[in-house]
Design a protein around this ligand. Structure first.
Ligand code: PDD
Length: 285
């Protein structure tokens, strides 16, 4: 049985309950993180907690006094320490009435909830065994605060569902200028003539932890050039390789976008080097 953490207590998931007045439930007023943990070892733990803290600060939600590492390590151990994703959620908490303005932080405490889920075995840099994605492409219809890892994910959910309904694995998003920003639940990279490109950080995309690890690891351990520059959807379709990244997937090669084959329609050579370096160095961060 799955053990979860809720507001200071570890308990079976079936026994975890929150108030229907919780602002996470009523408004999606909260922040979350998904942190991978393989055999009890976290990937990018510090960066995930830093992003959580900056999201809480931006939303003026008081940071709960919790030793995140101790709590999450204990949760992982209580769930068998296998290959797990950790979902960590902090909402503004349950107020007495439904009122749009932020609650008084001296009266309302944040709700903290964490659970684990099976994440699948560690991704490996093997073109024969890796997942390979077929993606659609659509204009981003979400809000202009995509840098906040908000639990208000309906825009993302609707884009992701567009892809699922069309039998696709992900939806790559572009803005009104045709620039590729990210995907509904991942960041996006492309490779052209040996150079790796990904959109620069702004309010149109999430500052993905996997994105940051890929950039840092390639800079430190390879001569592969990474440019944080916008590229448009026609450049994406003409790329030699396209990848998507997220904590639960690491780097996934995309072999088809909007019905068009990318490169040779197979995981590319630079993807293979990047995923190998990622696997070798991801625990250093
Ligand atoms: N999704 N962009 C969006 C919109 C995302 O939802 C995610 C992650 C990413 C990648 O971020 P990171 O590398 O920090 O996981 C980019 C998570 C995994 C989810 O919602 O389940």
């Amino acid at each position: 049985m799955s053990i979860v953490y809720l507001n200071g207590t570890f308990l079976p998931m079936q026994q975890a309950t929150i108030s229907p007045m919780d602002r996470g439930f009523l408004f999606g007023d909260g922040i979350y993180e998904v942190i991978p943990s393989y055999g009890g070892k976290f990937v990018g733990f510090k960066a995930h907690i830093e992003r959580l803290k900056s999201g809480l600060a931006e939303l003026m939600i008081r940071e709960p006094e919790i030793d995140w590492y101790a709590m999450l390590s204990s949760l992982v151990a209580q769930n068998g320490s296998g290959d797990l994703g950790l979902y960590l959620h902090v909402s503004r908490g349950a107020d007495e009435r439904r009122f749009h303005a932020y609650s008084d932080p001296t009266k309302v405490s944040p709700t903290v909830y964490a659970f684990t889920f099976q994440i699948g075995s560690e991704p490996i840099a093997d073109p024969a065994k890796t997942k390979r994605y077929r993606c659609g492409m659509t204009e981003d219809k979400r809000w202009r605060r995509c840098h906040i890892k908000s639990t208000a994910l309906l825009g993302n959910v609707m884009h992701f569902q567009e892809g699922q309904s069309a039998g696709l694995d992900e939806m790559i998003l572009y803005n009104a200028q045709g620039q590729v920003t990210e995907a509904s639940a991942c960041n996006v990279f492309m490779v052209k003539q040996g150079v790796v490109y990904t959109a620069p950080l702004d309010d149109q995309l999430l500052p993905g932890i996997t994105r940051a690890l890929v950039i840092n690891i390639l800079a430190k351990y390879s001569d592969i050039e990474v440019r944080e520059e916008f590229f448009d959807k026609s450049e994406l379709l003409a790329a030699d390789e396209v990848w998507i990244t997220s904590s639960s997937k690491e780097i996934v090669p995309v072999i088809e976008v909007a019905g068009q084959k990318i490169g040779h329609g197979e995981p590319g050579a630079i993807w293979c080097r990047a995923q190998k370096l990622f696997s070798d160095h991801k625990y250093e961060y």
